[in-house]
Unconditional design. Sequence first.
Length: 276
Amino acid sequence: MISIPIAVAIDYFKPQISFFQFQHLEVYKDKAQEMAFIPIIKYNHFNEPAVEDVDWHMKLPYKMVNSVYDYIDSDKQWHIPINVFTAAKQIIETLNDDDVVEIMDADLVHLKPHPEYYDHLPYDVVIADATYEDWHMHISKPDSQNRMVISDYLTHRDEGYMNGGFNVIGRVKTIKGIIDDVILYSKLVTEKEKGNQHSWWCAMHGLNIACHNHKIKMIDGGNCYYPNVNTLKEQHYLAHYSCDPMFDKHKILNLNTNQFPNNLFYNQAKKWISQL
């Protein structure tokens, strides 16, 4: 499996990618180089100057990639979340169809090797952690609270394909088959919602819509630890610290590590911070 954490060439993402690389190398060791490809987006906001390279002490393969605004004619901030998939598209087009990829935000880290069965996924499924569905998405069923956000874009009535999840894992051929529609439907959702919370989650909506329309079943991996949201379990091979007030990604270099709980994620975070 090849992990694709999406970053932008601004200082905010530098420590996140540093932590990702540290953990990826800790977990996968000699195989780490062939199991990650990091797209770094040249600019974030419309009309910013492009950054052609970064001095981030990169230890894993990376590629400077175009921004969402090179794909979409817009000056609205609403489109920024779509960077996840426009960046990933520029990586997967270089990979073999049979490869398995993990498209993820930069604020995720591996805690242990991924389950072996991920490397043998069928081509009509993707794995997407469904924690988000009950957390804030609420879209996967006809009577779900926020179904109206996506209902206009669903092209058939068969149920059971969406799970409201994200952090998508699948065959390159499978992702190539849906990624243009993921980008399209993300754009339509964010332009309809005009900057509200669903606009911020537009790429999550776009993924679910595209999977539904292409009849790609989203399987819940139950694979992710969210500090401050759920409890770390044996099956959690990665952690997403997006909303953790203790390991605040906005203050990574100024954290009080003495307050960290004693578990695998926080112990590894301490280890990473200690070597900065």
